[in-house]
Design a protein around this ligand. Structure first.
Ligand SMILES: [Cu+2]
Length: 96
């Protein structure tokens, strides 16, 4: 895996964005972040979920109730993802 330098990023302060999992939904369903930012999924349901990229770029595996999982967005692109436990649950992270 290539470790990219952050030298070219004008805003060096990485942000953390929250995606709340509640009532079988990802909120927001589409999230746009910048390279280097963190995306944290927080599970507010009473049963586990996953955030699993279709491309396999990331996979939280099971996020327990009240637990969270964080992904550092290192590569630009559009990342549709789903919950592998519930077929209707889908979202997209776009890394610019
Ligand atoms: Cu689920």
């Amino acid at each position: 895996m290539v470790v990219t330098s952050l030298a070219g990023v004008s805003n060096a302060v990485a942000k953390t964005y929250l995606i709340v999992i509640e009532q079988m939904r990802f909120d927001p369903p589409v999230l746009i972040v910048h390279r280097g930012d963190r995306v944290m999924w927080v599970n507010k349901d009473l049963f586990p979920h996953t955030a699993s990229a279709m491309s396999k770029a990331f996979d939280s595996r099971e996020i327990a109730p009240s637990a969270s999982w964080t992904y550092v967005a290192r590569e630009t692109g559009s990342y549709p993802y789903r919950c592998t436990l519930h077929a209707t649950m889908r979202g997209t992270v776009i890394v610019q």
